[in-house]
Design a protein around this ligand. Structure first.
Ligand code: GLV
Ligand code: GLV
Length: 323
């Protein structure tokens, strides 16, 4: 029988049509996310929700949906916006969209690493503002990559894809943190698992690829930044809350590190007047890690498959479980 689904935003491709053939789908029609109140109103009586990372799905939302809610399908690999414990208590399955965005996100991490290392923001700004006067022997000097050390925080799918690119393309030495050794990574990429403090001290480039959870919130704080080389570049394509942003602003200002490339911030968007946005050595993008045509279409297919399976009481194509 047809069930009621609320989808918090239009998605690219035809996946939502597929969902609409089987069920009654209502799609939030606006470009900006529903407010908390609008969310509560729209989920009432729903059997399934298809949500974005910008939607906070807490117990109140689940309660507002009612006892029929079977599945929450997040259009993202990350799911820190969903209260997993509450979902689990209520027997609600939670899905995400991993794998199909791994390459896109690793590519963006490379983009940020190179862009921050070569001061692309300042350089582009000189051209657009008319400040660029002439070719200068010592103008806009950046950091070179080849043979240097990359530190990957969190050697999951995206971290591994990032490491492959940097080791293969720039012959970098690789350090990483992970919960356990990755013998294949050590063998094929010459990686070595170390403690975070050692990674920060030794690395010329540090790229963050852990999920946001209580243990990783402000993982990169004042003390962590102080461990880093003054020539180092920090890249974050995971979640903004992993970095203590006030500490990062100070470090960028005081020469604690060379530059940062960020696809994620707290909040999103950051106001243009925020000191991080004003920092010339912070290259900031609007959370576009998975923003390729291929990835966003594939994510929609998985998210819809997850809803359909959940409504049928089946295991999801990509199901998130309590650790
Ligand atoms: C994007 O940040 C995602 O989690 O997919
Ligand atoms: C996410 O896909 C990760 O494991 O890095």
């Amino acid at each position: 029988s047809r069930r009621q689904i609320f989808v918090t935003r239009e998605l690219p491709g035809s996946a939502l049509e597929r969902l609409g053939q089987a069920h009654d789908v209502s799609v939030w029609p606006h470009r900006s996310p529903p407010t908390a109140a609008e969310l509560l109103e729209n989920v009432a009586g729903c059997d399934g929700l298809l949500t974005l990372l910008s939607d906070g799905i807490d117990e109140e939302v689940m309660q507002a949906a009612g006892a029929g809610l079977k599945v929450i399908s997040n259009y993202a690999v990350g799911y820190n916006n969903i209260d997993l414990e509450a979902a689990s208590r209520r027997g609600i399955r939670v899905g995400n969209t991993p794998d199909v965005l791994t390459d896109a996100t690793a590519d963006l991490a490379v983009t940020l690493l190179l862009g921050a290392a070569r001061r692309v923001r300042e350089a582009s700004q000189e051209v657009s503002s008319g400040d660029w006067q002439t070719w200068e022997p010592a103008g806009l000097l950046g950091r070179e990559l080849s043979g240097r050390t990359l530190g990957v925080i969190g050697m999951g799918r995206i971290g591994t894809a990032m490491a492959k690119r940097m080791v293969g393309g720039w012959n970098m030495k690789l350090l990483y943190t992970a919960r356990s050794d990755r013998p294949k990574v050590d063998e094929s990429l010459g990686g070595r698992r170390v403690e975070l403090a050692e990674l920060l001290r030794q690395s010329d480039f540090v790229s963050i690829h852990v999920a946001l959870c209580d243990e990783t919130r402000h993982l990169i704080d004042e003390a962590a930044l102080a461990e880093m080389k003054s020539t180092a570049v920090l890249v974050n394509t995971a979640r903004g809350e992993i970095i203590d942003q006030d500490a990062l602003v100070r470090s960028l200002r005081d020469g604690g590190i060379f530059a940062a490339g960020l696809d994620v911030t707290t909040p999103e968007p950051l106001p243009p007047s925020h000191p991080l946005v004003k920092s010339p050595n912070a290259l900031i993008l609007p959370h576009i890690g998975s923003a390729t045509d291929t990835a966003r279409h594939e994510m929609a297919e998985i998210a819809v498959d997850n809803v359909l399976a959940g409504l049928n009481g089946q295991d999801l194509r990509c199901e998130v479980n309590l650790a």
